[in-house]
Design a protein around this ligand. Structure first.
Ligand code: ATP
Ligand code: MG
Length: 565
């Protein structure tokens, strides 16, 4: 079965490869990994898989994992993203100690590496434009054509490259290319571009540079500079591995890491691509990167997910060499499992219906001693006030119930959680709409313990709050953001699949008074309703706002079962 908690992670092909390297002493017994996000968006659950993998492997082997901002492309990168990434990785529970690095700090070194590559005749300045380069690259079945600039002299290349840096040329006028093999069956190896001119302000280096390295050049060298041993990345970089190795070999660097590719996480009902997530934010389909419906770490945190739940999920899915789609229900299962263990149980009524207990003395209040967790007495307890006027969930009453409706109905008796048996004697309706607005009930004073001395039984226990003592609250019910299993598939616009009912806001909810002054971010189980968390942005002492993290059971499983039938 899958692993949880503190048990050692199960093994996989990456860990097996590392074990092999440790046995044959390839890296002198060292294990050094890195997590290298580009600060051009917030981290999402897919990144969490990579974070857990890289930090997990390092910890397991007594090694290190660096956090590196891979900020070599100024367009779209920003300090806001850097800060969010740092915050999110830390929140997930990982520590890079003093090893926070920025690829942009290596710009000068990278430039000098490029100069060196020119000097050994392995790079040249190409003056074809982007379209021409693309046309000459060839296809899977046709070899590419060599650039007419391929045989420029070393001196000319050095001169042009220096002038590119100095800002003498327009964007796109020249690029620096590796001189490899235009007939290689691997298109990546057909004289790939290493540097391009780009007049853009970098969020850290400002306008110091107008020349920026490409990913393939910057990444392997950043890894090498940091003496990484295992450079773990996603499968789409498999074809880039020969280039990774070529650059490091040609430059004869001291440290040559092993690139290893694994399958990226795909989740059903979810989009995991920064480009598309940005679209959702910019076009205001969601309220921001931290909208609780977003698959971002920031969104999930605000929604009430715990770091443990996310880590357990990442461990359960494991790592593989081929792409697959993980059912989002597994993620939801992991958060339920964790919150079931650690969330305090409290009572809240989302759609209140007023209940008057006719035989309960006016002005009287009593308190029920109620544990916060049925299985864990160490979580303590609180007192829940009971009085003459209460609220119950509108759904827990039916005037004309069908046979199998076990909750409250005229003439029917139920147990109020932690307290008395209550019997409904009459209903009050709005004369205009006919809607039931109030129930009149009686209570049996002999049933305070939750049991009747005469041994009679009730069919249901329902939750409630005291009208005068409870606090008003807004509750936001979230559901999946997309209503199809694979919203990213195919050519149609993924926004067509947005679930229009992904957010329902309830503004007249009531919660028990123990929640007064609760800290933003606190998580609870609202009995019988689900897991909820105090919104860290919009909630205040005056106006409590809760986000539903998860329902108690998987409602979607039922829906898809029905569809199958
Ligand atoms: P996206 O495809 O969402 O835009 P990206 O790959 O461009 O993401 P980076 O910032 O480059 O984002 O990613 C940082 C690290 O996280 C990389 O090592 C990348 O391989 C890994 N990563 C990104 N997305 C996933 C995913 N869905 N599953 C696993 N790892 C991922
Ligand atoms: Mg990337």
């Amino acid at each position: 079965m899958t692993q949880t908690g503190n048990s050692p992670p199960s093994t996989d092909f990456i860990r097996e490869m590392i074990d092999g390297h440790l046995r044959n002493n390839r890296f002198q017994g060292r294990v050094a990994t890195r997590f290298p996000p580009e600060p051009n968006g917030y981290l999402h659950i897919g990144h969490a898989k990579s974070v857990c993998l890289n930090f997990g492997i390092a910890t397991q082997h007594g090694g290190t994992c660096n956090l590196r901002l891979d900020d070599t492309d100024p367009s779209g990168e920003s300090l806001e993203y850097v800060e969010s990434i740092i915050n999110d990785v830390r929140w997930l529970g990982f520590d890079w100690e003093d090893r926070l690095f920025y690829a942009s700090d290596y710009f000068e070194q990278l430039f000098q590496f490029a100069v060196q590559l020119i000097k050994v005749g392995k790079a040249y300045v190409c003056s074809l434009n982007a379209d021409e380069i693309r046309e000459q690259r060839g296809t899977l079945t046709e070899p590419g054509k060599e650039s007419p600039y391929r045989d420029r002299s070393m001196e000319e290349n050095l001169d042009l490259f220096a002038r590119m840096r100095a800002g003498e040329f327009e964007d796109g006028a020249h690029v620096l290319r590796a001189k490899i093999d235009m007939t290689s069956p691997n298109i990546t190896m057909r004289d790939p571009i290493l540097y391009r001119i780009k007049r853009a302000t970098h969020y850290r280096t400002g306008t110091l540079w107008c020349l920026y390295p490409m990913y393939d050049f910057a990444h392997c060298l950043s890894d090498s500079i940091e003496k990484i041993t295992h450079s773990i990345c996603t499968l789409e970089f498999e074809n880039n591995r020969p280039l990774y190795d070529w650059i490091l070999d040609e430059l004869k660097v001291e440290s040559h890491p092993q690139q290893i590719e694994f399958a990226r996480l795909n989740l059903s009902y979810t989009i995991l691509s920064k480009r598309r997530l940005i679209e959702l934010v910019v076009n205001e389909y969601v309220t921001g990167w931290d909208d609780p419906r977003m698959p971002t770490i920031a969104g999930m945190r605000r929604r009430g997910y715990t770091p443990e739940a996310i880590r357990n999920f990442c461990e359960r899915i494991g790592v593989a060499k081929n792409d697959s789609i993980i059912d989002v229900a597994l993620l939801e299962y992991c958060v339920r499992e964790n919150l079931n263990e650690k969330a305090r149980r409290v009572m809240a009524v989302l759609n209140p219906l007023r209940v008057v207990i006719d035989n309960y003395p006016e002005g009287q209040t009593e308190e029920f001693h109620s544990p916060y967790h049925p299985q864990n007495p160490q979580m303590g307890s609180r007192k829940v006030p009971f009085s003459r006027v209460l609220y119950i969930e509108r759904d827990d009453f039916m005037e004309n119930p069908p046979k199998k409706f076990y909750r409250l109905a005229p003439g029917k008796e139920v147990r109020f959680r932690y307290g008395y048996f209550i019997k409904c004697v009459s209903v009050v309706k709005d004369p205009k709409t006919g809607q039931v607005v109030e129930l009149h009930c009686t209570y049996d004073p002999e049933t305070r313990s939750g049991f009747a001395p005469d041994g009679r039984k009730v069919d249901a226990t329902i939750h409630w709050v005291s009208a005068d003592h409870s606090l008003p609250a807004e509750v936001r019910l979230y559901d999946r953001l997309f209503n199809v299993p694979n919203p990213g598939e195919g050519s149609s616009d993924f926004t067509e699949y947005l679930n229009k009912k992904s957010l329902e806001i309830l503004r007249s909810c009531r919660v028990e008074p123990s929640l007064k002054g609760a800290t933003p971010g606190s998580r609870y189980q609202f009995e019988r309703l689900g897991y909820f968390c105090i919104d860290s942005v919009d909630s205040s002492r005056k106006a409590l706002v809760f986000n539903r993290t998860a329902t108690l059971r998987d409602a979607w499983a039922k829906i898809s079962e029905k569809e199958k039938r």
